[in-house]
Ligand binder design. Structure first.
Ligand code: C2E
Ligand code: MG
Ligand code: MG
Length: 764
C-alpha cells in the first residue's frame, strides 16, 4: 500500500519503539533491583536470626546457671536443717526461693531412696505422690543421685503433682563423705506464663526454643499442644542438621517440621549453649523474608510499577491511536470522498467475497453497472458543484431502492456499481425495475430541479463471468449496450456484446487515424428560397473515406466521436475547412452563407468561441457568411447557458440555426428568448406532410410560432414537389432536400450556383 509509506508512520513508530525500549529497560532495572534487594533481605534475615539464636543461647545458659547456682546454695542452707525429720518446717524457705525465680513453679525434695519428702505444689495436709513404684522415674532419679554435676537438666515430662508439662533442674546435696543426703529439684512448667523464652524480642510468627542434642525439645515458645511437642523427638530440619554434624556450634536451617503450628516452609538459626548440650533456635515462616522485603520495598515498587503502568498505558494509547489512524486511512482509501460509498477497490473485494461464498454454496449474485445518462452535460451546464450534489442525491435515490445487504459503490464520475448478493434473475429484474422507476422522480439540487436517467448493465454470476474482472467488464459492456439502445434502460450482458465493444474500440482507433491522415471531406447541400427558388446557401456535411475507399456517413461515426471526445478535433477540422472553402468561393466572387453543424459536445466546449474566432481570422472571413447549426436537444439541455453562448456567437456576427426542430422539448419561454435566427424543421415532420395529420399540425404550429418569434424557417429533407408547394403555401422561408440537391462536393456546388445564377433552382 503506497500511501502507508514509512514517512507517515515513522514518528509514531520511533516513539513507540522508544517507549517499549524504555519499558523493557525499566522492567529489567526493577527486576534487577528486586533480585538484589531480595538477596539482601534474605541475608539480613539470616543474620538477625543468627543473632537472636545466639542471644537466646546466652540467655538460656545464664538462666540455667543462675537457677543451678541458686539450687546449690539452697541445698547448702537446707542441709543445715533437718530435712528428713521435719520437711514441712522448710516449706516457707522453699517458697521464698520460688519467689526469686518466677519460672519455677514447684520445689521438690527427694530422699536417696526416691521418697518424696516435700513438694511445694502439694499442700501440707495432702498426701505426697510416691514414685518408688514408677521404675523409669526412679531409675532416672537414681542416676541423678549418682551424678557429680552441679546441676542436672531433665527432659520435659508431665509433672504428676504439678499436673502439667515441665522440666526439672536437679541438684544433689551430699554429706561430707560424699554420700547423697537428698536431692532438690526445681520444676519449670513449659506452658504459657512459665516459659522463660517468651521475653525474647523475636519477630512475629517466630518459634523459639531449646533443642536437646537427642532431638527432644527442652522448651518451646509459643506452644499450643504441649504433648505433641514435648512427648517425642523432633524430626525437623534443625535436628537433622545437628545430628548430622555432632558438636556443631551454630547453623542455619530451612524446611518443614511436622509439628502443629510450624507447618509450612520455615527458616531458622540455632546456636549451641556454652555449657549444656542444647541448642537455642529461632525460626520464622519462610515468607517472612518476602513480607519484610515487601515492607521495605513497597513504596519504591508501587511507584515504579505505577510509573511503568502509566508509560505502558501511554504506549498503548499511542499504538491504538496510530492503529486507528491507519485504519481510518485505509478506510478513506477504500471510500469515495464525495458520497462516502465504497470505491472500486472496496467493491472489488466485496465481489471477490461474494464469488468465494457463492462458489461454496453454488449460489448466484448480480453485478449492476449503473451510469447516469448525459451526466457530462449536467456538469458542463451547471458546473461541477451542482454535478457533485446531484451525485449525492443520486446515491440517496439508489440507496432507497436497495435492500440491507446490497452494496452500492461509486467507481468514479457518474459510474455506480451495485452488488446484489444471493440474487437470482427475478430479484435482479425486480431491483432494476425499481431503480428505473425511482429515477423518474426529479431531484432537487439547490435551486435546480433536475431529472436524470440511468443506463444499467447487468452481469450475473456465474453465467456472465466467474472472476471479478470479467464480471465488472461484462456489466460495463452491457451498460454501454443499454446506452446504445436509447438510454434509461437496462441490458443483460450477452456474449455478442463483446464483439460490439471491440467494434467500438476499432472505430475509435480508426477515427483517430482518420483525424491524423485527414480522411474527411465536406459536402455541401444547397438551401433555396421557397418563394422564388433562389439559392441562399448550403449546409456543410462531413464525410469520411476509409482507407478501403468506403465512404462513411456521419450518422455512423458522429455519435461515437461525440462519446470519445474525438468530435472536438473533427469539429475543428470541419470549421477550418469550411472557412477555407468560404474564403475560396469569396475570392471567386461567390458569396454564399454556409451552415456548419455543431455537436452538443462542441457546443459545451469552453473554447468554442476562441476556435471560431481563430478560424475566421485565419481566413479573414466576413462573419455574415458563417452559420452554426445546433440541435434543439443540445440547445435545450441547459437553455440558460445555451442562450449565453449563442448570444456571444451572435455578437461575433455569426448566425445561428436550431437544427432538427420539433424533436426536442423546447420550452416556449426559452424559445422566445433564444438568439437564433433560423429554425430548421426536422425531416421527420416534412416526411409526414400531407400524409399524417399530426405532422401537418406540427409543421403548421412550428411555422406559426416561428413567424410570431420572427425567425426564419427552413424545411429539411424536402424530397417531393408536393412537399415543396405545401411549404411554400404555408409561408415557410427556405427548403433543403434531395428535391433541390443531394449534398455535393464544393466544385459541384460552385457549378450548381453558377449554373442557376440568380435564377430559380426549382420552378414549381
Ligand atoms: P443534419 O444536420 O440534420 O443534416 C441533414 C441530414 O439530412 C444530412 O445527412 C443530409 O444528407 C440529409 N438530407 C438532406 N436532405 C435529405 C432528403 O431529402 N432526404 C434524405 N433522406 N436525407 C436528406 P448527413 O449528411 O448524413 O448528416 C447527418 C447528420 O450528421 C446531420 O444532420 C448532422 O447532425 C450530422 N453532421 C453532418 N455533418 C456534420 C459535421 O460536420 N459536424 C457535426 N457535428 N455533425 C455533422
Ligand atoms: Mg444540420
Ligand atoms: Mg437536421
Amino acid at each position: 500500500m503506497g500511501i502507508f509509506s514509512n514517512n507517515q508512520t515513522a514518528f509514531p513508530k520511533v516513539l513507540r519503539n522508544a517507549v517499549v525500549a524504555f519499558m523493557l529497560a525499566a522492567t529489567f532495572a526493577i527486576g534487577a533491583y528486586g533480585v538484589y534487594s531480595w538477596q539482601r533481605e534474605k541475608s539480613e534475615v539470616r543474620e538477625n536470626l543468627t543473632i537472636l539464636s545466639s542471644f537466646l543461647a546466652t540467655a538460656s545458659q545464664s538462666f540455667f546457671d543462675s537457677l543451678g547456682n541458686g539450687l546449690v546454695s539452697l541445698g547448702q542452707s537446707l542441709d543445715k536443717s533437718s530435712v528428713q525429720d521435719n520437711a514441712e518446717s522448710i516449706r516457707a524457705e522453699l517458697l521464698s526461693f520460688q519467689q526469686r525465680y518466677p519460672e519455677v513453679k514447684a520445689i521438690v525434695l527427694f530422699a536417696p531412696d526416691g521418697q518424696m519428702l516435700l513438694n511445694t505444689a502439694v499442700a501440707a495436709h495432702e498426701t505426697l505422690p510416691d514414685f518408688r513404684t514408677d521404675p523409669p522415674y526412679i531409675e532416672q532419679l537414681q542416676l541423678d543421685f549418682k551424678s557429680s554435676q552441679r546441676y542436672l537438666i531433665g527432659a520435659p515430662e508431665y509433672g504428676k503433682a504439678l499436673q502439667r508439662w515441665r522440666f526439672a533442674l536437679r541438684h544433689v546435696v551430699r554429706g561430707k563423705d560424699g554420700t547423697p543426703r537428698f536431692l532438690v529439684q526445681a520444676s519449670i512448667p513449659l506452658e504459657h506464663e512459665g516459659t522463660f523464652l517468651h521475653q525474647l524480642p523475636a519477630p512475629e510468627g517466630s518459634i523459639i526454643g531449646l533443642l536437646r542434642a537427642d532431638g527432644y525439645q527442652q522448651a518451646r515458645w509459643p506452644v499450643a499442644e504441649t504433648a505433641e511437642i514435648y512427648g517425642q523427638a523432633s524430626k525437623g530440619p534443625a535436628v537433622r542438621m545437628i545430628q548430622a554434624n555432632p558438636g556443631i556450634k551454630s547453623g542455619f536451617f530451612s524446611g518443614t517440621s511436622f509439628w502443629q503450628g510450624s507447618r509450612g516452609e520455615r527458616i531458622g538459626a540455632f546456636t549451641r549453649l556454652s555449657n549444656v548440650n542444647m541448642y537455642a533456635y529461632v525460626s520464622v515462616p519462610a515468607d517472612y523474608v518476602w513480607q519484610r522485603w515487601w515492607l521495605h520495598n513497597e513504596p519504591v515498587l508501587i511507584v515504579s510499577l505505577l510509573f511503568l503502568g502509566i508509560v505502558g498505558f501511554m504506549a498503548y494509547r499511542i499504538t491504538l491511536r496510530e492503529r486507528y489512524h491507519r485504519g481510518e486511512l485505509i478506510d478513506q482509501s477504500r471510500r469515495d470522498a464525495l458520497t462516502g460509498l465504497p470505491n472500486r477497490a472496496a467493491v472489488e473485494d466485496a465481489i471477490q467475497h461474494c464469488i468465494k461464498s457463492s462458489r461454496n454454496t453454488r449460489g448466484q449474485f448480480t453485478v449492476l453497472f449503473l451510469d447516469i445518462d448525459r451526466f457530462k452535460d449536467v456538469n458542463d451546464s451547471f458546473g461541477h458543484t451542482v454535478g457533485d450534489q446531484l451525485l449525492v442525491e443520486i446515491t440517496k435515490l439508489i440507496q432507497s431502492v436497495l435492500r440491507g445487504d446490497d452494496m452500492l459503490a461509486r467507481l468514479g464520475g457518474d459510474e455506480f456499481l451495485i452488488v446484489l448478493p444471493t440474487s437470482g434473475l427475478d430479484m435482479t429484474l425486480h431491483v432494476t425495475q425499481r431503480l428505473l422507476q425511482a429515477f423518474q422522480k426529479s431531484l432537487t439540487v439547490g435551486e435546480y430541479t433536475l431529472r436524470v436517467t440511468p443506463s444499467i448493465g447487468i452481469a450475473l454470476y456465474p453465467e456472465h463471468g466467474e472472476e471479478v474482472g470479467a464480471l465488472l467488464q461484462h456489466a460495463d459492456t452491457a451498460m454501454y449496450e443499454a446506452k446504445r439502445e436509447g438510454r434509461n434502460a437496462f441490458t443483460f450482458y450477452a456474449e455478442q456484446m463483446g464483439a460490439r465493444v471491440r467494434q467500438r474500440v476499432q472505430l475509435d482507433s480508426e477515427l483517430r487515424e482518420a483525424i491524423r491522415t485527414g480522411a474527411f471531406h465536406m459536402l455541401y447541400q444547397p438551401i433555396v428560397e421557397l418563394n422564388g427558388g433562389r439559392i441562399v446557401g448550403a449546409e456543410a456535411l462531413v464525410r469520411w473515406t476509409k482507407p478501403s475507399g468506403e465512404l462513411v456517413l456521419p450518422d455512423v461515426f458522429i455519435g461515437a466521436a461525440e462519446e470519445s471526445g474525438l468530435i472536438l478535433q473533427i469539429g475543428e477540422w470541419v470549421l477550418r475547412d469550411v472557412c477555407r472553402q468560404i474564403k475560396h468561393w469569396s475570392a471567386d466572387g461567390l458569396d454564399v452563407s454556409i451552415a456548419v453543424n455543431i455537436s452538443p459536445r462542441q457546443f459545451q466546449d469552453p473554447e468554442l468561441l476562441t476556435k471560431i474566432e481563430a478560424a475566421m481570422r485565419e481566413f479573414d472571413l466576413l462573419p455574415g457568411l458563417l452559420e452554426l447549426e445546433i440541435t434543439e436537444t443540445a440547445a435545450m439541455l441547459n437553455p440558460e447557458s445555451s442562450m449565453l453562448i449563442m448570444g456571444r456567437l451572435k455578437a461575433l456576427g455569426i448566425r445561428m440555426a436550431i437544427d432538427d426542430f420539433g424533436t426536442g422539448y423546447s420550452s416556449l419561454s426559452y424559445l422566445k428568448r433564444i438568439p437564433a435566427d433560423k429554425i430548421k424543421i426536422d425531416k421527420s415532420f416534412i416526411d409526414g406532410l400531407n400524409i399524417d395529420a399530426d405532422d401537418n399540425a406540427i409543421v403548421h404550429t412550428i411555422l406559426a410560432l416561428a413567424r410570431e418569434l420572427e425567425k426564419i424557417t427552413v424545411a429539411e429533407g424536402v424530397e417531393s414537389e408536393d412537399q415543396f408547394n405545401t411549404l411554400r403555401a404555408l409561408n415557410c422561408n427556405l427548403a433543403q432536400g434531395y428535391l433541390i440537391s443531394r449534398p455535393i462536393p464544393p466544385e459541384a456546388f460552385k457549378r450548381f450556383v453558377l449554373q442557376h445564377g440568380g435564377k430559380a433552382v426549382i420552378s414549381a
